[in-house]
Design a protein around this ligand. Structure first.
Ligand code: VG1
Ligand code: CO
Length: 544
């Protein structure tokens, strides 16, 4: 095999964000752009020679081309085996599982997750380490530093590999194995949940369900597991065919983007359970007939009921949530005397806690929940968790949620996103917020008195690494919070996220509309950050 060393110019913008490097497809198609980043990753790893790499993506536009390029580069960089999902497909949690199961050195996942796909939209690439989780910051910093000085990459001269036929081929010293992307993952799910009970509950008609795959990666996974294995009717899975452009939609599971499902769930013919997942299959939206479960509540409810699920029957070692996620899970942890950790946004911060056995469950407000079964958040896992819970409790979703609130109180929660804000304006907002931090504590605004105001910094209890500037928090004496941070996954300008939460202990007030209940905090957030004033906008782009 002829290996060529190609001279290249560094790009200055290959700094991975919250979850890998995400850019417009056209940027990735620029000369050497993809190659530079992949070589920067390979150069930063201790070793590539003789190692196994897992490779797959969410099937979005440019997936196949990128995979062919990466195969040739992996061959040139001395890897000895590549494990690739058929068709170049692997959901993010499935990739995480395969890395762990095959004891691979790491994996490359090609996805821009919930961002739209197509020639004019987004693409992304992320490196996962041997535990199956996203590379921690010390790696991603190294990738970025390397990308700033890179002057050549290595690529093998070889034809395109057939990605569609399952089986192994040997090309010189490189073994390439194409695997079924679903079967290992389906087997893992079967080892966690009570599939017999689920089959009965679905077969008897007690559980009726609708899963919206949003034309993204979870279609084949949901069909195999929910329809073939658990016996749900074919029509239970909608938008099940993965498309390169997700049918022109945002594959983002929330009430705004999964509107077909939302209409059904709040209409007269709603099934007992409805859910959706995102582009790469790691997010989940949970709904029941006439009710939407916020991701923060979902995490808390899972933690409170984990013993009902076979894999967690012995109880949890601890729980964790990202900083902007509501404190609902903290209340469960306090009641059950479980350790509870608060980490920065992004799944990479849960890895050490999971590896060290300090936590079993973790989640984020951004529709992400997961456990120690893999090292990524996992959409279908969350769906099966809820189905198993409904089957065990024999209660509809609304009853499960209301009972939980009665016991623990409700953390009324919402997130407001201002997307594609001019970078300079967004930086100005953050600066303005930062300047106010020293003066806020002790001040009273209407019914709210500021208890603390700071910029979140995280010291990892396992490896003592410190991550600074992870979002601005304003906490009030009654436990309410407003959090501000800039997104690290967008590809146009900056996205300001405002997270709002308020605790309500009184069951008589649990049915309030979140936007109404949070109205005072929403006003206060504007007073602090001036996003409307500074951008001239009148409302957020997305409210979740
Ligand atoms: C967002 C979410 C964060 C999540 C990340 C990756 O990041 O807020 O909680 O971990 O997306 O999820 P940011 O920096 O834009 O707020 V995914 O499903 O897009 O890989
Ligand atoms: Co995702």
């Amino acid at each position: 095999m002829q290996i060529n060393t190609i001279t290249t110019q560094p790009y200055s913008d290959q700094n991975p964000g919250t979850s890998g490097l995400r850019k417009k497809v056209r940027v990735f198609q620029e000369k050497g752009y993809l190659e530079n980043f992949v070589q920067s990753i390979f150069d930063s790893l201790d070793e590539t020679a003789g190692k196994t790499l897992v490779l797959g993506g969410d099937g979005r536009y440019f997936n196949r081309q990128a995979i062919q390029t990466i195969i040739k580069m992996a061959a040139a960089n001395g890897f000895s085996e590549l494990i690739i999902g058929q068709g170049g497909l692997l959901s993010t949690p499935a990739a995480s599982h395969i890395i762990r199961k095959c004891e691979a050195y790491g994996g490359l996942i090609l996805s821009a997750s919930h961002n739209p796909g197509g020639p004019d939209d987004d693409f992304g690439i992320k490196y996962n380490v041997g535990n199956g989780g996203p590379a921690p910051e010390k790696y991603t910093n190294a990738f970025y530093q390397r990308s700033l000085t890179i002057d050549s990459y290595r690529i093998a001269e070889m034809g395109d590999v057939d990605l569609d036929t399952i089986g192994s081929t040997q090309i010189d010293r490189l073994k390439i194995t194409i695997i079924d992307p679903v079967s290992d993952y389906a087997e893992l799910m079967q080892s966690i949940f009570d599939f017999n009970l689920l089959k009965q509950s679905i077969g008897s008609g007690y559980i009726t369900l609708r899963f919206d795959a949003m034309h993204a990666i979870t279609g084949p996974y949901a069909k195999r597991i929910l329809v073939d294995m658990l016996g749900a009717p074919e029509e239970s899975v909608i938008n099940a065919t993965p498309l390169e452009d997700f049918g022109g939609h945002h594959p983002d599971p929330n009430l705004a983007h999964a509107h077909e499902l939302a209409e059904l769930m709040f209409g007269p013919h709603a099934p007992i359970f409805g859910a959706a997942s995102d582009g790469d299959g790691d997010r989940n939206m949970i709904t029941g007939s006439q009710i939407f479960v916020t991701p923060s509540d979902s995490l808390a409810i899972m933690a409170a009921n984990a013993r009902l699920i076979p894999a967690y029957a012995k109880g949890l070692s601890g729980v964790a949530r990202s900083m902007p996620t509501s404190q609902a899970v903290d209340r469960v942890a306090a009641a059950y005397k479980l350790p509870c950790f608060e980490t920065p946004t992004g799944w990479k911060f849960f890895g050490n806690l999971l590896d060290a056995g300090k936590i079993t469950l973790c989640g984020e407000e951004s529709f992400g929940t997961g456990s120690d079964h893999v090292r990524e958040k996992d959409g279908l896992w969350a769906v099966l968790f809820w189905l198993n819970l409904i089957a065990r409790k024999r209660q509809p979703v609304a009853d499960i949620v209301h009972e939980h609130w009665q016991k623990f109180g409700r953390d009324i929660y919402s997130r407001h996103d201002y997307e594609a804000v001019e970078t300079e304006i967004a930086n100005g907002i953050v600066e303005h917020l930062r300047n106010q931090l020293p003066t806020l504590p002790g001040q009273t605004f209407g019914e709210f008195t500021v208890k603390f105001a700071d910029e979140f910094s995280y010291a990892d209890p396992v490896d003592d690494s410190v991550s600074k500037n992870q979002g601005i928090r304003v906490g009030f004496t009654d436990g309410s919070r407003i959090v501000f941070r800039l997104s690290g996954t967008g590809t146009v300008g900056a996205t300001l996220r405002i997270y709002l939460e308020k605790f309500e202990a009184d069951p008589a007030k649990h049915d309030q509309d979140a936007q109404e209940a949070l109205a005072e905090l929403i006003k206060l957030a504007e007073q602090f950050c001036e996003v409307k004033k500074r951008t001239g906008r009148t409302a957020p782009n997305v409210i979740t």
